[in-house]
Write a protein that binds this ligand. Structure first.
Ligand code: UD1
Ligand code: CA
Length: 451
């Protein structure tokens, strides 16, 4: 059965105390909604509809950056979850299959749980609601179940004492045939304690039509929703714990797991070693056997087999390290390929560049890639030897097997095999400093130098 996702993400998230819409706050260096989206995408949905409201343009931009086929629809006024789902109707025109409703602020739903819901649908339930046994049911909606069938969902505000005593709560995740869902929603009214159109009302409406409703249960941890910064911080800790465990299971060595921070999309290969205090921003892949040494920060980069990074290195977007490449301490690499076995070991900035196989970049080398307006490219040939403290004024090309002398400011191309010596001539003045120093000391003693 084809499936489509409807992700509700229109709420402002007032309790975040933020100008940023709630679903754009980051969890694992990705916008919050990207987590529910990723779980839902494991179902290989035919269409994905994101319902946005607060900060619509920014939410839309973030969604399209992840997948430009997502239909982002607007719910200008937040009149309730049923009203939110109704906004997805036009985007699902012509779609024949199941719709799965997810919340953008609920990041930990597992794909296996969504699969179980689709299985319940396939087994004949017309409406499937995901529930959980809450340790503290608080203000969640309650699932009223009798003989295995879901009779109705009652919101806390509208519940009787007896209903409030129910511990099986509504997660908000719902699956139903898409056209059935939209037709049920048309009947939802707002005569309730909040004056909102409740998605939860579709259960009673379905049953009145002779349709069936069932529940699937999951662990409460999966339904954790984010409403405050404190909850976001706790969610981040849970997310990191999960990613660390996953890395260890996949055969990655984490010397001190609790000090390593991953992004949602970090991928680390088997037998890679991650030393303490390493931070992964978005878009990083590290292949098998690579070693990321302590206190390094990586984002938007790829580290190939057996390459080494750090300690104290920074790989920025577009850094591409080939097999066996080495990037050492206090080195920053941005938008640059470091070819096989090349070494950039100390105190260096390589940006907008290509460093050829086996090249050796001396300490303190800088690619001067930015003239204040444009960025320019530096090409360093295979086996080139760049002397310490070389300034490579881009655009510039250093040939294969070429050499630059220590301290050179390289403003022209250097052919293959050539040596570039571009520094001020050194002058030695015999005895000059000793004479100056004695004079200065004498002046200090006589108090002449006092301001
Ligand atoms: C909802 C459920 C409740 C359940 C709880 C689980 C209803 C009526 N209630 O309550 O049974 O226990 O979730 O967390 O469905 N949203 C929109 N547009 C709107 C309203 C909401 O996009 O007009 C989005 C919100 O941004 C949020 C999600 O839907 O991501 C849930 O809305 P929220 O207002 O938090 O629902 P609850 O009152 O928590
Ligand atoms: Ca909520």
């Amino acid at each position: 059965m084809p499936t489509s996702l409807i992700i509700l993400a229109a709420g402002q998230g007032t309790r975040m105390q933020s100008d940023l819409p709630k679903v754009l706050h980051e969890l694992g260096s990705a916008p919050l909604f990207a987590h529910a989206l990723a779980s839902g995408r494991a179902l290989e949905p035919e269409r994905v509809v994101l319902v946005a409201g607060h900060g619509f343009d920014d939410v839309q931009r973030a969604a399209l950056a992840i997948d430009n086929e997502i239909a982002v629809v607007e719910q200008a006024d937040q009149k309730g979850t049923a009203h939110a789902v109704a906004q997805a109707k036009a985007a699902l025109e012509g779609f024949d299959g199941d719709a799965m409703v997810l919340y953008g602020d609920t990041p930990f739903i597992r794909p296996e749980t969504l699969d179980a819901m689709l299985a319940a649908r396939a087994a004949g339930a017309d409406v499937v609601v995901l529930g959980f046994e809450a340790a503290d049911p608080g203000r969640y909606g309650r699932l009223v179940v009798e003989g295995g069938a879901l009779l109705r969902i009652v919101e806390f505000k509208d519940a009787t004492e007896a209903e409030r005593a129910i511990s099986l709560c509504n997660s908000g995740v719902v699956a139903a045939d898409a056209s059935t869902l939209f037709s049920l929603i048309e009947e939802v009214g707002n005569a309730n304690a909040s004056g909102e159109y409740y998605l939860t009302d579709i259960v009673e409406i379905a049953r009145a039509r002779g349709l069936s409703a069932a529940t699937v249960s999951c662990d409460e941890a999966e339904t954790l929703g984010i409403n405050t910064r404190a909850e976001l911080a706790r969610a981040e800790a849970l997310f990191q714990a999960h990613k660390r465990a996953e890395a260890l299971e996949n055969g990655v060595t984490l010397v001190a797991p609790e000090t390593v921070y991953f992004a949602q999309d970090t991928w680390v290969g088997r037998d890679a070693v991650i030393e303490p205090n390493v931070v992964f921003g978005p878009g990083v892949t590290v292949e098998t056997g690579a070693r990321i040494r302590a206190f390094s920060h990586l984002e938007g980069c790829h580290v190939s087999r057996d390459a080494q990074v750090g300690p104290f290195a920074r790989l920025r977007p577009g850094a591409e390290l080939a097999e066996g490449a080495k990037v050492g301490n206090f080195v920053e690499i941005k938008n640059a390929e470091i070819a096989e076995g090349a070494k950039v070991n100390h105190l260096t900035y390589i940006g907008d560049a290509f460093v050829g196989a086996g090249a050796n970049i001396g300490a303190g080398t800088i690619t001067c890639n930015y003239d204040g307006v444009f960025k320019h490219h530096t090409h360093i040939g295979a086996r080139a030897f760049i002397g310490s403290d070389t300034m490579l004024v881009a655009p510039v090309q250093i040939g294969d097997d070429a050499m630059t002398a220590t301290g050179s400011v390289v403003t022209r191309d250097v052919p293959d095999g050539a040596m570039a010596i571009g520094r001020a001539r050194l002058e030695i003045k015999e005895g000059l400093w000793r004479r100056m120093y004695e004079k200065m000391k004498a002046a200090k003693k006589s108090g002449k130098n006092r301001a």
